[in-house]
Design a protein around this ligand. Structure first.
Ligand SMILES: CC(C)[C@H](C(=O)O)[C@@H](O)C(=O)O
Ligand code: SF4
Length: 499
């Protein structure tokens, strides 16, 4: 019987096979590290007197606790400062490459790996971070792990992993202008629920996925974890190779050819069987938005806040009631009538150059809605530089938005970028849990295009709602590079960026 992409990558990394349901021991090709989940792991090594087994396969960056303003000053918050300093000390002591705040390669860990060409098809990637699933967009098998597992990988470069089930998520058809990868994944999670992917590695397939750029695929794989899945993957193809070729850590010359030959063998065999399958029609999708306090509580933007009494399942009904109370929403309110206090454009879901281009294409020449705070945070220092080289920062600041330095920022309340209690935010991030963006803050998950239109109108909106000229604004959105299937080369030096 044929094998799926996930099974092939797994099989190629088994060091020892588990018996009777015990875990297999897998070799790990890339270990990404950040400040939040690494301190105890390094402590463990220190106590055991062990070195990092493969510092060359380990790379660290600072992202969660870092500020996005005044990055040349001392970090004010003591906990954050300690966290960052601890990572610096640990990396120095154990010989791990670190990209600290201010470094040109610093950024959100899931933006940095792909950008450097470290994330490649067919490899295993782990990080003490749930959104490690992002890297599956390349056809890598990428898992978020806990701190004790981080220690295990640091010490041995292997990880015991339980067998998984496979789920195909097939998205066929063509997205309408204004509908993006983010809308696909929000619709998938609304369909299968936040526990729907539990125990599964998801493989996203179908013509709509094949047509997506790498940025779009990363957005989708990033949120696999929000469906409870262990990982999400997309089979590598020419779009993957075009994105990767020429990046600092991608193979070159004969190695590149050999790699592509291998990568081409990874796609799921025609006769492979998935344990579960889900279908989605891309033609029918609309811009999507969440109304509740988990990423599965979402609807099309043209819909209304659900009415809990109409929900059959008692648990779901109770969850909806609780969510509406926290979100301060009235059942039945059209989503488009909901006014926001803030718009956050950033996070490892949507802070790559293409996301910023999409956002900028909608706001260009316009002014933000009065009283709405708009924050744009690139995913990495390089994305920031590239955006500036393209003049996007000017479009953003002319619009009245804040242009920040790279980091997780308002995606979660671990740094100064937070919502005030009661504030409502349209956010391109991936989690809308209670207090996620700051205590008492209310989050609506959206795409960059919806974030931009919302920033213009002050109420949840998509480019379809702008200026009453649906055709023209939809076309404008269609013209943005997010629909451009051909990946662009990413400059690798500062001079190239500013050239
Ligand atoms: C802090 C970190 C462990 C956490 C994660 O694992 O995802 C964070 O990145 C998040 O998005 O909630
Ligand atoms: S950007 Fe958000 S989701 Fe991504 S790693 Fe940072 S905190 Fe987690």
């Amino acid at each position: 019987m044929g094998r799926t992409l996930a099974e092939k990558v797994w099989d190629d990394h088994v060091v020892t096979k588990g018996e009777d349901g015990t875990p297999d021991l897998l070799y790990i090709d890339l270990h990404l590290v950040h400040e939040v989940t690494s301190p105890q792991a390094f402590d463990g090594l220190r106590v055991a007197g062990r070195p990092v087994r493969r510092p060359d396969l380990t790379i660290a960056t600072e992202d969660h606790n870092t500020p996005t303003l005044n990055i040349d000053r001392q970090i004010e918050d003591l906990t954050s400062r300690t966290q960052i300093q601890t990572l610096r000390n640990n990396c120095a002591e154990f010989g791990v490459r670190l990209h600290p705040l201010g470094d040109i390669e610093q950024g959100i860990v899931h933006v940095v790996g792909p950008q450097l060409g470290l994330t490649m098809p067919g490899i295993t990637v782990v990080c003490g971070d749930s959104h490690t699933s992002t890297h599956g967009a390349f056809g890598a098998m990428a898992f978020g792990i806990g701190t004790s597992e981080v220690e295990h990988v640091l010490a041995t470069q292997t990880l015991p992993l339980k067998p998984f089930k496979t789920m195909a998520i097939t998205v066929e058809g063509e997205l309408r202008p204004g509908v993006t990868a983010k809308d696909i994944i929000l619709a998938v999670i609304a369909k299968i629920g936040t526990g729907g992917g539990q125990g599964y590695v998801l493989e996203y397939r179908g013509s709509a996925i094949r047509a997506l750029s790498m940025e779009g695929r990363m957005t989708i794989c990033n949120m696999s974890i929000e469906a409870g899945a262990r990982a999400g993957m997309v089979a590598p193809d020419q779009i993957t190779y075009d994105y990767l070729e020429g990046r600092p850590h991608a193979p070159s010359g004969e190695d590149w050819d050999a790699a592509v030959e291998y990568w081409n063998t990874l796609a799921t065999d025609d006769d492979a069987v998935f344990d579960a399958e889900v279908f989605l029609d891309a033609n029918e999708l609309e811009p999507f938005v969440t109304w509740g306090t988990n990423p599965g509580q979402g609807v099309s933007l043209s819909d209304s806040v659900p009415v809990p009494s109409e929900i059959d399942d008692p648990n779901e009904r109770a969850a909806a009631e609780r969510a509406l109370e926290y979100m301060d929403l009235e059942a039945g309110t059209p989503m488009k009538q909901i006014a926001v206090d803030a718009v956050f454009m950033g996070s490892c879901t949507n802070s790559r150059i293409e996301d910023l281009r999409a956002f900028a294409s909608v706001i260009e020449g316009k002014t933000k809605a009065d009283g709405v705070r708009v924050m744009v945070v690139p995913g990495s220092a390089r994305v920031r530089l590239q955006a500036e080289a393209e003049g996007l920062d000017k479009i953003i600041t002319d619009f009245g938005a804040e242009w920040r330095f790279a980091g997780c920022s308002m995606c979660l309340g671990m740094n100064p970028d937070q919502l005030a209690p009661g504030e409502r935010c349209a956010s391109t991030s991936n989690r809308n849990f209670e207090g996620r963006q700051g205590k008492g803050g209310r989050t609506h998950l959206v795409s960059p295009l919806v974030a931009a239109a919302t920033a213009i109108r002050g109420t949840l909106s998509s480019p379809w709602d702008l200026e009453g000229d649906n055709e023209a604004s939809a076309q404008q959105a269609a013209d943005t590079p997010i629909y451009d299937a051909v990946a662009r080369q990413f400059p690798t030096t500062v001079s190239e960026v500013s050239a």
